[in-house]
Design a protein around this ligand. Structure first.
Ligand code: 5AD
Length: 347
């Protein structure tokens, strides 16, 4: 699609035109990927974070939040439970980690999960393990890869350096984020990135730039969701205007990305499901093909409060919801993006 046409859609207020875009994206997804929706059991292993992202509810300087860490047994039990449920992929997520001992512990946990679930799998693959643990060193990324993780999610949040700088404190650098993404790729991970949509000061041309960024990075996976202000995070009090509708613009971006990158995986994010009752249905209709049921234990779920009103949907509820939306849960499979395998062939 021509950049001007993308921009035209991003600026459009015309319901008919937007519906037509979503319909086209759905057709591309059906033709290229079918109607399977893959599941990633999300385990939010800790809400400790050494970063201070201005939008985030688990930022270090938020002092009115009880911090937790799940222990090894709990994480491994949850992973085995995920396997038994037939979701053959998990995602371990946490805030930015600055404790080397805890990091080594997680590497060991990944290794254990991989070893134990391989023994349960007639094909010997075991659980697919995705990580979303922030910015680490190349050696640390490599250690996780060697321990058995094969996908990594690291959102750029906005690919525009100025917009990025306006939502992060000075110490957190755009270039560092880009370095991490390229290191992950060269190690051999399936790499996912993504953005928040509807940020203060963000305009349609930023989203066009994001789409170009995803294409140039040659991503395998995308996670895009609406920005949802958190009252305990500084960006809540931003005086910059919101130009984009977080919900509608997220749907448009999903559709545009599906049409321009048919063979990647895209999540119907929890944030999208949280801001609108039709979020799951519309996200899937606009081309998303992944959902992440939350497996984090009830006792700590509320503490992983990235934004206000986070809707933590668990497995069974999501399975029924996927079916009710007219899609089929992709069970007993990793559900990799074909893009990754094509990318490797051309290396
Ligand atoms: N609104 C929406 N998404 C948020 N995230 C963090 N804070 C918010 C918020 N206020 C997202 C970021 C991060 C992911 C784990 O959660 O994009 O990468």
């Amino acid at each position: 699609m021509h950049p001007e046409q993308v921009l035209d859609y991003l600026l459009s207020q015309d319901q008919k035109q937007i519906q037509q875009l979503i319909k086209q994206a759905g057709q591309v997804r059906d033709a290229q990927r079918g109607r399977q929706v893959y599941l990633r059991g999300l385990i939010e292993i800790s809400n400790q974070c050494s970063y201070n992202c201005l939008y985030c509810g688990i930022r270090r300087k938020r002092h009115n939040l009880i911090r937790y860490r799940l222990d090894r047994d709990t994480i491994i039990k949850l992973a085995l439970f995920t396997w038994q449920q037939g979701y053959h992929s998990i995602c371990l997520q946490s805030g930015q980690i600055d404790d080397p001992a805890w990091l080594s512990e997680i590497i060991e946990i990944v290794h254990q999960i991989k070893t134990q679930t391989r023994q349960l799998d007639p094909n010997g693959q075991g659980l697919g393990i995705t990580l979303s643990l922030g910015e680490l060193s190349p050696a640390q990324y490599q250690a996780f890869f060697d321990a058995g993780a094969h996908r990594y999610l690291l959102r750029i949040e906005s690919s525009n350096p100025d917009l990025f700088a306006s939502i992060h404190p000075p110490g957190q650098s755009y270039d560092q984020r880009i370095n991490c993404l390229s290191q992950l790729k060269s190690i051999g991970y399936q790499v996912g990135t993504g953005i928040m949509i509807g940020l203060p000061g963000q305009k349609a041309h930023h989203l066009l730039q994001d789409l170009e960024f995803f294409k140039n990075l040659d991503v395998d996976m995308l996670g895009m969701g609406p920005y949802i202000p958190h009252p305990d995070a500084p960006l809540y009090r931003s005086r910059k205007p919101t130009h984009l509708s977080p919900y509608l613009s997220t749907l448009k971006m999903l559709a545009l990305c599906r049409i321009t990158m048919p063979d990647i995986n895209m999540v119907a994010s929890t944030a999208l499901q949280s801001i609108h009752p039709q979020g799951l249905q519309m996200g899937l209709d606009a081309g998303a093909n992944v959902v992440m049921p939350v497996l984090t234990p009830d006792e700590v779920r509320e503490q992983y409060s990235l934004y206000a009103g986070k809707k933590n949907r668990s497995g069974q509820e999501l399975l029924s919801a996927i079916r009710a939306c007219g899609y089929e849960p992709g069970l007993y499979t990793w559900g990799d993006a074909p893009h990754y395998h094509k990318r490797l062939q051309h290396r």
